[in-house]
Write a protein of this length. Structure first.
Length: 172
């Protein structure tokens, strides 16, 4: 039996912005609004503004809805791009400070188990991407690989064969 739309929705709560934003980005692409929301399409239409705003609002926890209600201006209400920027600023931030925090979280990457390590690696690299942190992919993969415990030495040798470090995408 197929799950209902409601049971499949990812709801933004404190602590899951990176995962949530990835899922909502795809949902916005599906309805043809992502390029408007991310600012690459400057064609502003009431339909795009409202469709994107409604989709985002339907995927927010009650506490986040309350935050939006208190923070959003009358001019921004109904504007998906403005709502997206507000939420991104709240959960990721912008500028050098946000980039520093994202890089620090990546550098704090610890190995617990392989599945958790991969999930943490995906989250921290996505967070760096969201803040616009421009780091060399080979350097990031090299630093990530160094956090693997000794028992994964053969995997590390395979990944770094010929002194060629893979990209983060290759590792994940």
């Amino acid at each position: 039996m197929e799950k209902s739309e409601t049971s499949r929705r990812i709801i933004l709560r404190e602590g899951n912005y990176v995962t949530w934003s990835t899922a909502i980005e795809e949902a916005l692409r599906h309805i043809g609004c992502w390029k408007f929301v991310d600012g690459t399409d400057n064609t502003v239409t009431d339909e795009k503004m409202e469709k994107s705003y409604c989709l985002i609002m339907r995927h927010l926890d009650e506490s986040i809805v309350a935050f939006v209600g208190n923070k959003i201006s009358a001019e921004e209400k109904g504007d998906g791009r403005a709502l997206w920027k507000m939420l991104k600023e709240k959960y990721v931030g912008s500028g050098v400070q946000a980039q520093g925090v994202a890089l620090d979280r990546f550098l704090e990457l610890k190995f617990k188990n392989l599945n958790q390590w991969i999930e943490d690696l995906q989250t921290s690299t996505r967070r760096m991407s969201l803040t616009g942190t421009d780091v060399n992919n080979a350097l990031v993969s090299r630093l990530a690989i160094r956090t693997l415990p000794h028992k994964y030495e053969s995997l590390v040798r395979i990944l770094t064969y010929g002194n060629q470090y893979p990209t983060i995408e290759d590792i994940i």
